[in-house]
Design a protein around this ligand. Sequence first.
Ligand code: AMP
Length: 462
Amino acid sequence: MTSFNDFGLHADINRALAAKDYTVPTPIQTQAIPPLMKGRDLCGIAQTGTGKTAGFALPSIHHLITHPHHTNPRSCRMLVLAPTRELAAQIAQSCRDYGRFTKLRVSTVFGGVPINKQIRDLAQGVEILVATPGRLLDLIDQRALRLDDVEIFVLDEADQMMDMGFIHSLRRIAKLLPSRRQNLFFSATMPKEIAHLAEQFLEDPVTVSVTPQATTVEKIRQFSTYVEQKEKQALLHSVIASEDIDRALIFTRTKHGADRVVRHLAGAGIKAMAIHGNKSQSQRTHALQAFRSGEIKLLVATDIAARGIDVSGVSHVINFEIPNVPEQYVHRIGRTARAGAEGKAISFIAPDERPYMRDIERVTRSKSEAMPLPENFNELVRNLPKPAQPPRDTGSKGRNPQRQRDEAFAGRGEGNRGNQPRGDRGPRREGAGADGQPQRKRRFRPRGGKVGAHKGAVKRVG
Ligand code: AMP
């Protein structure tokens, strides 16, 4: 069995791994680290939860330590792009952990928080920058950052980037990168258009894959119950009462739906919080911390807000509503069954959601077990407690000063961000629709040109 010592990583990195109690590399790490240490480009098909962050961060940190040179002001040597603020923050924290015995500086930039601190952080230059695309471009436009010195470029969760409409930002960013660089491209799924995007970023890449395309994680037991939409809340209360839940993530399709579920749970005296794009950054951080620390066992989330969240010990994923994109289902249920633990996914299927479930079962080549409605279900429906009044922290627009500040800093309402995708522009980032529906997949169609540098211009370092 491979051990971390076999990779030839710098001693400071091995020390950090020992401090984190990592002994055995995960499959993606075993596959990705050796070619990355040789400076190869890499195309990784892997979800969050597989250990892919260390897979790309460890060899990159090794490169930065073993090729030391001065970092110019307002520049970085390694750039990691992630679709959401949560994922960006998580990646940055991992880089700090893995680089804790080195002098490498790690910064994060994303929308929804004041830009001035980020400008100050970048003034002296940093070795590792983790960013969401919109805010990165804001900083570049303000001359707070340049990308000429990037040696390692990582594009994480590429499929999510495309879903969120970041393609134009990616094109712009790619043009600003130097042609000599190492490229790493990660995506949980690799449909044709993502593979095409990957081709444009990568040169002679090594491809590594740790889950077959759109196949559900084997350790997850999947169940589904047919239920009327308006009776789902009663079913949720029954599932919460009958299941042995350590931590459960409950997915709704819309932000308002997520708030409604939390209010109904509160009405029944059940503590839960919601995380979605209408929440301010501080509310989202607070909810995640409460979920991580065990203060709350139930977190209600929309797909984009939950993407990339890494919380161990999620025993259940409950699909309160069924996603209309099968890959989204794979991502959702992938939140459970981490680190070899068994997880359980339970889907509530309303009559109009049956076609979505059929699509999911076709794509994942799996069938969930039927979970019947509880015997006293009609009684539960009749006696469903009234929802609580909206709690003060629902983040409703216009009433929350913090939220208004966030929006102002995110550039909303200033009429100057018309060409920037919603992705990291601030709280309304989950879709343009007033109903909060996540965006349908946007298909990427190249218009005759490469993304970024012209053919042959993308070269590896070293
Ligand atoms: P990631 O897919 O990068 O988000 O990682 C998922 C989780 O696995 C994180 O909590 C990591 O800290 C953890 N992890 C990554 N690699 C290892 C490893 N080799 N041994 C134990 N835990 C790991």
